[in-house]
Design a binder for this molecule. Structure first.
Ligand code: PLP
Length: 379
């Protein structure tokens, strides 16, 4: 007989998922009801309002995609791009690279603007590229690069795109709830995020918001959206259409949405500014402690995301051994480096509910014990 799975106690201080609060977990454990039940639909309307608050937007088309954030990335690109279109993708880490891959799968031409990993997106390079490609339809970028911990200037990128009359697609999977995200002030056309980072809701849902300009671009397509599941023309019949007109598209993940409702409700109760300040405060405490342990940040101070702290693995210390010891002996998860940073960088997350002073202190004391042993691969 297989035993019931019992999840171990962990302090999640990696790049996501972050710790989920007891309130969010309790919300998800409520009885499942029908996804077309009027009570569920009322809750969905509240989820959409709460998402508009979190994203600082009035966009009527703001809803959660029933999937992890990668599908939101794909949804944005497949809806906006038709074969033969040109998209400019600004890349400064792993996730900009994923955008570029999807652009090519749409049959569109991808013009990649690369910035060194660990730096914010180079605005001058993007400006030059926009100028050189007047045919471009879209500028895609990652606001908060989880692979490095660098924050890019989303407002400036959106302004450049607007001046050139091109659409913007912004990934703020790690940004939302941890640092300011101002969709309407910045004029972003498609914005998406994930639940498992600074919203502290279990993974599997993706907040998604679409401007009027982007809706018009989708409606002006001459070809069908390549993906049935993410075709906005179809999905909106489900997520809009109030007053009983809501039509079946797919079966919404009912209990997961209870959790998202609670996570967003708690964020509103705390207030966005207070949540941003809590992340910043914990980051400052962590930075002082890490520097005290002789660890150096990958990203320069003005561009650091408080919720994702990348530090170089010290010379002669084995990355995997230290992370394994933190997990097995201290119950703390920190993240490994990705791509060219694999084995060289630790990614320490202070996201959502994890961003608490006592968690920072627990990690710092565990790290000092582990590093004090000077762990090398052979140990
Ligand atoms: N974009 C960024 C910046 C991310 O950090 C992630 C995941 O970590 C994703 C996209 C993909 O999200 P998911 O793993 O939920 O599909």
């Amino acid at each position: 007989m297989t035993d019931i799975f019992k999840a171990p106690e962990r302090l999640l201080m990696g790049p996501g998922p972050s710790n989920t609060s007891a309130a969010v977990l309790a919300a998800t454990a409520q009885p499942t009801i029908g996804h077309l039940d009027p009570d569920f639909q009322r809750m969905m309307e509240e989820v959409k309002d709460l998402m508009r608050y979190a994203m600082q937007t009035e966009n009527p088309v703001t809803f959660p995609i029933s999937a992890p954030a990668s599908l939101a990335m794909e949804a944005g690109l497949v809806n906006l791009l038709e074969p033969g279109d040109t998209a400019i993708i600004a890349q400064n880490g792993v996730f900009g690279g994923r955008m570029a891959d999807i652009v090519e799968r749409c049959g569109a031409k991808c013009v990649l603007v690369e910035t060194d990993w660990g730096k914010p997106i180079d605005l001058d390079k993007v400006a030059e590229t926009i100028k050189a490609h007047p045919e471009a339809k879209l500028l895609g970028f990652v606001h908060a690069e989880t692979s490095t911990g660098a924050e890019s200037d989303a407002a400036a990128l959106c302004q450049m795109a607007q001046e050139a009359g091109i659409l913007t697609l912004m990934d703020t999977v790690t940004g939302l709830g941890g640092v300011p995200v101002r969709v309407d002030d910045w004029g972003v056309d498609i914005t998406y995020s994930g639940t498992q980072k600074c919203l502290s809701v279990p993974p599997g849902l993706a907040p998604f918001s679409v401007s009027q300009r982007a809706i018009e671009a989708v409606q002006a397509r001459t070809t069908k959206v390549q993906s049935w599941f993410t075709d906005l023309n179809l999905v909106l019949g489900y997520w809009s259409g109030g007053g009983g007109a809501r039509s079946y598209h797919h079966t919404a993940p009912v209990n997961a949405l209870y959790g998202m409702h609670e996570g967003l409700r708690l964020l509103k109760e705390e207030g966005l500014e207070a949540a941003w300040e809590r992340h910043a405060r914990c980051h400052r405490r962590l930075a002082v402690g890490l520097q005290g342990l002789g660890l150096e940040f990958v990203v320069d101070a003005p561009h650091r995301l408080p919720q994702l702290n990348s530090v170089w693995v010290p010379e002669g210390v084995d990355d995997a051994t230290v992370r394994g010891t933190l997990l097995n002996e201290h119950g703390i998860e920190v993240g490994a480096g990705l791509g060219p940073f694999a084995g060289q960088v630790w990614r320490i997350g202070l996201m959502g509910d994890t961003a608490r002073e006592d968690n920072v202190d627990r990690l710092l004391s565990a790290l000092s014990v582990v590093l004090g042993r000077g762990l090398k691969a052979a140990e």
